[in-house]
Design a protein around this ligand. Sequence first.
Ligand SMILES: Cc1cc2nc3c(=O)[nH]c(=O)nc-3n(C[C@H](O)[C@H](O)[C@H](O)COP(=O)(O)OP(=O)(O)OC[C@H]3O[C@@H](n4cnc5c(N)ncnc54)[C@H](O)[C@@H]3O)c2cc1C
Ligand SMILES: NC(=O)c1ccc[n+]([C@@H]2O[C@H](COP(=O)([O-])OP(=O)(O)OC[C@H]3O[C@@H](n4cnc5c(N)ncnc54)[C@H](O)[C@@H]3O)[C@@H](O)[C@H]2O)c1
Length: 465
Amino acid sequence: MTHYDLAIIGSGSGNSIVDEAFADRKVAILEKGTFGGTCLNVGCIPTKMFVYPADLAAEVTHARDLGVDLRLEGVRWREIRDRIFRRIDPISVAGRSYRADRQEHVTLYEGHARFTGDRTIDTGTGATITADQVVLAAGSRAVVPEIEGLDTVEHHTSDTIMRIDDVPGRIAIIGGGFVAAEFAHIFGSFGSEVTLVNRSEALLRAEDADVSHRFTELAQRRWDVRLDTTTEKVEAYDGGIRLHLRTDGATSVLDVDTLLVATGRTSNADGLDLHRTGVEVDATGLVVVDEHQRTTARGIWALGDISNRYQLKHVSNQEARVVRHNLLHPDDLIRADRDVVPSAVFTSPQVASVGITEEEARERGVRYVTARRAYGDTAYGWAMEDHASFAKVLVDPDTGLLLGAHILGAQASNLIQPLIQAMSFGQTAADVARGQYWIHPALSEVVENVLLGTAEAAPSPSTRG
Ligand SMILES: Cc1cc2nc3c(=O)[nH]c(=O)nc-3n(C[C@H](O)[C@H](O)[C@H](O)COP(=O)(O)OP(=O)(O)OC[C@H]3O[C@@H](n4cnc5c(N)ncnc54)[C@H](O)[C@@H]3O)c2cc1C
Ligand SMILES: NC(=O)c1ccc[n+]([C@@H]2O[C@H](COP(=O)([O-])OP(=O)(O)OC[C@H]3O[C@@H](n4cnc5c(N)ncnc54)[C@H](O)[C@@H]3O)[C@@H](O)[C@H]2O)c1
């Protein structure tokens, strides 16, 4: 049985731990799938490479409203797809080969890893190994709900949908979260008839309710959005797929060519036989870690989607940096910072958020003032004839510190950054608004305006701009 100083299960964010500082350690990396993990191969990177051309295609409609007659002459899906994966696949291949062939102190085991005892791992390749330190970085996987007939028809998750051969004529997407919103934008912009089948009464329900409701309204103008709707059964029908739906007790059928299931992701902790090594898992399936990313078992660490509920790459990356430091400096452990975790949905319009929502503030009894400003009330938003987008913030009336920020609209993922910075560094709304120049007439003035708006607002219940 080979012994290692360090074994890492999962080659996504876990792979980034091993740099030159580990040159004198004997390292095993265990990977059961494509080297490089979710973000690179089937997640953040390829989706955004589809989102960008989708943004371009979607501009045609908006441009017409502003007096510019563009024509979308076609979308060369296969060319787009092949360009994307011709760029991504070699990165995965090169990353694999670097570990497998070029680093003598690293051994890559390509199989499904499972624990058989205390820091003893069956690599799934015929070899069992032991290690002083183990990092669990095995990520998460798409959840496919039990729906009658689903196993009898071809259906996709985000893992496979980006490799299909043609833009579907009609696509149904089950779910109303991040993945559903991004792929609805991609396929809708590329010409598919998109139907979103959503169990609850609004899309992007984890967002602030103002954002979720506005996004739902806008989505209903672009796509067929079935709210409060469950899929009871699916079946092959006339060369395609028939979904049997139920909305408020009424049944209907929906015929499509392609079906995407986008109903969340779950931790891969359940595939590792963690009970054999004393690692605790919580009721939701996440590996339990402390602020230093230590699990409940000595010498075992965890990071990323296997152990955090955020399921975001920037969080996994930060946790990987924390684990890396802590492996190298056992007497000087650092903490993962989960105080200010932002996210963005790259759909249309973009949605970005950080901190608490107004609903959470109310539920927790947190005192707040809130303001909301429309893009259209700033010069650039006006130039864009934007009548839908807005920024909203919640501020603590006693300290002036930001509690949360929520933006729906063009460039939301970039516009929110000064607000993330303010929350991270403890800057007050007033200081951020007035302690710097805001370029006129840039779109960022909406952020300046919404911060100024909180000075005029009365403490909760909310005051709207
Ligand atoms: C479609 C999509 C789009 C996304 N877009 C964004 C985005 O824009 N921004 C963002 O911040 N986040 C995004 N995410 C989320 C982000 O991709 C994940 O949060 C992140 O990649 C998780 O990293 P990880 O290292 O925890 O896991 P992963 O990167 O998934 O790595 C885990 C690895 O472990 C391997 N593994 C699992 N079990 C075993 C086992 N038993 N033995 C051996 N190997 C095993 C897996 O094969 C995998 O390669 C997206 C996710 C999806 C699905
Ligand atoms: N831009 C980004 O950062 C980005 C993009 C894509 C994915 N991700 C990450 O990947 C994760 C997974 O994304 P997702 O969209 O699959 O999950 P999600 O949690 O965002 O949304 C899941 C959706 O499926 C619905 N749902 C759950 N179970 C269902 C069932 N049985 N039947 C019908 N509907 C059901 C939920 O109500 C929700 O609308 C996200 O949590 C996100 O963090 C991030």
